[in-house]
Design a protein around this ligand. Structure first.
Ligand code: ADP
Ligand code: MG
Length: 476
């Protein structure tokens, strides 16, 4: 058969287009790239594991039919997935369809998989048959600096990470400790540093390992009587990245072996990068001597990203996944999900999935409903930012003016209304509401609330404004 994969896929798309909703087509089929056609097997590249599972779950029978029509009874489809959170292999891997079990079949792995149960090689990281010790760095190529949006929330940690990447072991930032709450980008940043070092210094041995994995390896080493091998292996690493070090707490033996590895690496000018969910002073169950070493270098924290950064992250993510959403939806997500980036991404994915499932276009309404259903457990409340935005949109005023100190009449009134709703709908203190609205004090906010209440009783136009706004602000 002498068919070209592009042409075949194009033919498939034509049929698919007639059989799925426009949004479904856009979300799930436009981002697919045909890769090759060999022996009646068409390989298509999809952006993520989630994407593949989604296709399998929802479109498999359609795809089967179409492939059979295009390529005959022998026709098969294979997916090539751009790697996500699987750290073992940077290359896309391939999954065959039809398949009854969901397990990914790796395509010629270049490195030894970490979890190979009955490996004849003692150390799971070492690739056999090479002269110089080669270590699978375990880095996820998606977690690069390029994909890491910079904001006030991460500026210090990011630039320290960058400095370390330019001169591993050669800066005062050794160890570099990155700490912050869950889902704020610690793991991402740690990988980014590792990737950057690998790009700049090909010969350096970089290793990313979670504290959990380190602990399990150590326990195995104790069982198998190979603690020396274990220690030696780690002492040969040039750049050691230990993720979620808080997992070591209360594990004295693991801390002990890590202490020795740490000392050796530090003395020989090797770089150590650690992440943790809290700063050293707050780490419980950690040996003092280890804690004091954590403080030798630089501790940099990651904070909750600002609204602008959250929106930038969403846009970047959408771009990477080939998804397009109306601006008002993106803004709504950014306004509503304030606590961490992982949740933000989760909401985005749920939204796309939801829209595809119900064959509905992604509208602001759908976003509101979805957030209510999926993100409820985070006790979300409308944010002051969101209230300000809705009020300004309603009165067609620039939001900067509302946040400024200006005393222009129409701005003052809009500002007062925003304060009133902030008081009514959020748990923020009067002082913090004031700070958000042009740096006013709590007495001004109180006064604003009274004024709005009075006007509401006496002015029916004003009352109408409030009713409209209240509707816009209440979710779903
Ligand atoms: P942590 O390790 O702190 O719990 P992660 O590094 O796993 O958090 O980040 C959670 C998700 O948020 C990841 O998908 C990551 O890519 C994304 N993320 C976090 N911060 C940023 C950022 N500044 N820019 C882009 N994506 C980010
Ligand atoms: Mg993490």
């Amino acid at each position: 058969m002498n068919k070209d994969h592009n042409q075949v896929w194009k033919n498939c798309l034509e049929v698919i287009k007639d059989n799925v909703s426009p949004q479904g087509f856009k979300t799930w089929f436009e981002p697919i790239k045909p890769v090759k056609l060999e022996d009646s097997i068409l390989t298509i590249q999809v952006p993520s594991q989630f994407f593949y599972e989604w296709l399998e779950e929802h479109y498999v029978s359609l795809l089967k039919k179409i492939i059979r029509k295009e390529l005959g009874a022998e026709g098969r489809l294979e997916y090539s997935i751009i790697m996500e959170n699987n750290h073992n292999n940077a290359n896309p891997y391939t999954i065959k369809v039809p398949t009854s079990n969901r397990k990914a079949v790796k395509n010629s792995p270049v490195t030894m998989p970490l979890d190979l149960g009955e490996s004849p090689i003692k150390n799971p990281f070492i690739i056999p048959g090479l002269r110089k010790m080669q270590v699978d760095s375990n880095l996820n190529p998606n977690y690069s600096f390029d994909n890491f949006i910079e904001g006030d929330c991460n500026r210090l940690a990011r630039s320290a990470g960058f400095a370390v990447a330019n001169k591993p072991g050669g800066t005062a930032f050794n160890p570099l400790l990155i700490y912050g709450g869950v889902g704020l980008g610690k793991t991402h940043l740690a990988h980014a540093i590792g990737i950057e070092i690998k790009n700049k210094f090909e010969d350096k041995t970089v290793l990313y390992v979670s504290s959990e994995k380190f602990t399990h390896q150590f326990i195995d080493a104790v069982k198998n009587n190979t603690v020396n091998d274990f220690t030696h292996f780690y002492q040969m690493i040039d750049v050691l990245i230990i993720d979620d070090v808080q997992f070591f707490s209360g594990k004295e033996k693991t801390q002990d072996v890590f202490f020795h590895i740490f000392n050796h690496l530090h003395q020989t000018g090797k770089q150590i990068i650690i992440t943790s969910d809290k700063p050293p002073v707050e780490m419980q169950g950690m040996e003092q001597r280890l804690l004091s070493r954590f403080k030798w270098g630089l501790s940099a924290d990651l904070q909750v990203p600002s609204l602008e950064t959250r929106i930038a992250i969403l846009k970047k993510k959408m771009y990477a996944d080939g998804i397009d959403l109306p601006d008002e939806v993106v803004e709504y997500l950014g306004y509503s999900i304030t606590s961490n980036v992982r949740e933000l991404e989760g909401a985005l994915i749920s939204l796309i999935a939801q829209s595809s499932l119900n064959k509905k276009a992604i509208t602001l309404d759908l976003a509101k409903q979805m957030i209510d259903k999926f993100v409820k457990n985070t006790a979300r409340e409308v944010s002051i930012d969101y209230i300000q935005k809705v009020v300004c949109d309603y009165f067609d005023l620039p939001i900067e003016l509302l946040k400024s100190k200006t005393r222009k009449r129409e701005i003052v009134q809009a500002r007062q209304i925003a304060m009133y709703f902030a008081k009514k709908m959020t748990k923020s203190s009067l002082a913090s509401i004031g700070a958000h609205c042009g740096g006013k004090d709590h007495a001004t906010v109180l006064h604003a609330c009274r004024t709005v209440n009075n006007l509401q009783e006496t002015d029916k136009h004003f009352r109408k404004y409030l009713e409209d706004l209240e509707k816009k602000l209440s979710i779903a």
